[in-house]
Design a protein around this ligand. Structure first.
Ligand code: BGC
Length: 472
C-alpha cells in the first residue's frame, strides 16, 4: 500500500492550524507530565504534614495511577458519546478539582481521594489527547503532531522538577499542587475554541461541519471532499459494529488491539519511570547524592530536548526505524549500567567514582533513546492503528494497560532497587529485548498512510506480512 501523494495545494496557514490544535490538546500532556513530576518532591512535605509511614505515602503516590487507569477505561466510551474535545474538557475539569483538593487536604484519606480525581483527569486526557490530534492531523504530519503530545508530557515533568527545586517541598507542597490547576484551566479554555474531530462529526452524520474542519486542516477543498468520502465509506463498511462485535468478527481489530496493548505495557516495562520516579535514589546509590536534585532536573531537560528528534524524524524516516533503533539503544545503555554495577561498583558513600559517572552517562543515553522512540511512538501507534468505528474504545483499553504497567513499575522498582540496583536494569534490558522482537514482527510502517487505510495492514492473512509491508 502506498501513501497518498501530498497535496500540492497544502498552504502553510492550515498546517499552522493543525499545529495550534495539537498544541492545545498538548496541554493535557502538560497535566500528565506535571502530575508525574510533582509528587517526587511534594511527597516529602505530605509525609511530614500528615505523619505518614512508607506504605501510606506509597498510597498517595500510586492513587493517581489508579485514577488514570479508571479514567482511561471510561474515556473510550466518553470520547464516543460526547466527543474527543469534550472528553479533554472534562479531563481538565477533573484535574483542577483534584489539584485544588490535594492542596487543601487535611488528612490521608482526603489527599488519596483527590489524587484519584487528578488521575481520572489525566486518564481522560491520555486517551482523548493523542486520539484527537491523530484525527485532525494530515497523514504526512500526523507523526510529528502526536509527538507534540509527548513533548508536552516531558515539559510537564521538567516544570514539576523545577517547581520542586524552587519551592521548599516540606512547607510549600500545597502550592505545587495548586499550580497544577492552571494547566487544567488552560486545557479547558483552549479546547473550547477548537473544532470537534472531523471523524467524530462524520460518525454523528454532521457532514457539513466535518467538511468545514477538514477544509481548514487539509487546506484544500478537493482533498477535504475526498477525505470526507473516504471516512464516510469506511464508517458505512464498519456500520453498527460495537467494540465486542468488532473483536469477534474482525481479525484486523484483534491484531491492532494486541499490538496496542503490547506497546502500551512494554513502554512502561522499558523502565523509563523507574528513572523518573526514583532518579534521586538511584543517583544517591552510585555516590552522586550530593547533586541528586539538580541532576534530576537536568535529566528532565534532556528528556524534553531529545523529543525534538522524534518530531523532526518520525514523518521522514518512519515509525519502525525510530522505535527499533531507540529501544535497542535504551537496552544497550541498561546493559552498560548492569555491567558497571558488577565491574565498577559505586556506593552511596563512595563519592564520585568512574562507575558512578558511567552509570550517570548511561542514564542520560537511556532517556534520550526513550524520548525519540518509545515515548512518542507508542502514543502515536495507539492513536492511529484502529478503524474509526471502534477507535476510541480500543484506544481506551490499550491506554489503560499503559497505566497498569506504570503502576507495576512504580510499586516494583523500589523493592528491586533495595535488593540490588543493577538487577532492575537487567530486567528492563530484558523487557526492551522483548519489545524489539514484538515491534519487528508485529508493527506495520504507517508513515504517510491515511488513517482510513491503516486497517488494511492488519487484514493481511499471513503473520509476518506486517513487517514485510513496510518494505513494500
Ligand atoms: C510515558 C510516561 C513517562 C514519560 C516520560 C510517556 O510517554 O507514558 O509514563 O513518564 O513518557 O517522558
Amino acid at each position: 500500500m502506498k501513501a497518498r501523494p501530498q497535496d500540492s495545494m497544502k498552504p502553510d496557514r492550515n498546517s499552522r492550524y493543525t499545529i495550534a490544535i495539537a498544541l492545545v490538546a498538548g496541554l493535557g500532556g502538560l497535566m500528565f507530565g506535571y502530575d508525574i513530576g510533582v509528587i517526587a518532591d511534594a511527597k516529602i512535605g505530605v509525609k511530614s504534614a500528615f505523619g505518614l509511614d512508607n506504605v501510606q505515602i506509597e498510597m498517595v503516590v500510586s492513587a493517581v495511577l489508579a485514577g488514570s487507569f479508571l479514567g482511561a477505561l471510561m474515556a473510550g466510551r466518553l470520547c464516543e458519546a460526547i466527543g474527543r474535545r469534550w472528553t479533554n474538557v472534562w479531563g481538565g475539569g477533573c484535574f483542577i478539582v483534584g489539584c485544588i483538593g490535594c492542596a487543601m487536604s487535611v488528612d490521608l484519606s482526603m489527599i488519596v481521594a483527590f489524587r484519584v480525581v487528578m488521575g481520572i483527569g489525566v486518564g481522560f486526557s491520555s486517551v482523548a489527547g493523542p486520539l484527537y490530534i491523530a484525527e485532525v492531523s494530515t497523514p504526512w504530519s500526523r507523526g510529528a503532531m502526536v509527538s507534540l503530545y509527548q513533548l508536552a508530557i516531558t515539559i510537564g515533568i521538567f516544570v514539576a522538577f523545577l517547581v520542586g527545586l524552587l519551592l521548599d517541598p516540606a512547607t510549600q507542597w500545597r502550592i505545587s499542587f495548586a499550580m497544577g490547576a492552571l494547566l487544567g484551566g488552560s486545557l479547558i479554555a483552549g479546547m473550547l475554541v477548537m473544532p470537534p474531530s472531523p471523524r467524530w462529526l462524520i460518525g454523528r452524520g454532521r457532514y457539513d461541519v466535518a467538511l468545514g474542519v477538514l477544509k481548514r486542516t487539509l487546506g484544500s477543498d478537493r482533498e477535504a471532499d475526498k477525505e470526507l468520502d473516504a471516512i464516510k465509506r469506511r464508517l458505512v463498511e464498519e456500520s453498527g459494529q460495537s467494540f465486542w462485535s468488532a473483536l469477534r468478527t474482525s481479525r484486523a481489530v484483534r491484531m491492532a488491539l494486541i499490538l496496542a496493548i503490547g506497546l502500551a505495557f512494554l513502554q512502561q516495562a522499558s523502565g523509563i519511570n523507574a528513572i523518573f520516579y526514583y532518579a534521586p535514589e538511584i543517583l544517591a546509590q552510585v555516590g552522586l547524592g550530593e547533586h541528586k536534585l539538580q541532576l534530576t532536573a537536568v535529566l528532565g531537560l534532556v528528556n524534553v530536548l531529545a523529543t525534538f528528534i522524534a518530531i523532526w524524524l518520525v514523518d521522514r524516516v518512519g515509525r519502525r526505524p525510530l522505535l527499533l533503533g531507540g529501544t535497542a539503544l535504551m537496552m544497550a545503555s541498561q546493559i552498560v549500567i548492569g555491567l558497571t554495577g558488577t565491574i565498577l561498583p559505586a556506593t552511596a558513600t563512595s563519592g564520585v567514582t568512574v562507575g558512578g559517572m558511567v552509570t550517570l552517562a548511561s542514564i542520560f543515553v537511556a532517556i534520550i533513546a526513550f524520548a525519540f522512540s518509545l515515548g512518542p511512538l507508542v502514543w502515536l501507534a495507539i492513536s492511529e492503528i484502529f478503524p474509526s468505528g471502534v477507535r476510541s474504545a480500543c484506544v481506551g483499553v490499550a491506554t489503560s494497560f499503559n497505566w497498569i504497567g506504570n503502576y507495576v513499575i512504580a510499586q516494583g522498582t523500589l523493592t528491586v532497587l533495595d535488593f540490588s540496583s543493577t538487577l532492575a536494569f537487567w530486567i528492563f534490558a530484558g523487557c526492551n529485548a522483548v519489545t524489539i522482537l514484538f515491534v519487528f514482527f508485529r508493527m506495520p510502517e504507517t508513515k504517510g498512510v491515511p488513517l482510513e487505510d491503516i486497517e488494511e495492514f492488519f487484514e493481511r492473512k499471513r503473520d509476518g506480512d506486517a513487517s514485510a509491508a513496510h518494505r513494500s
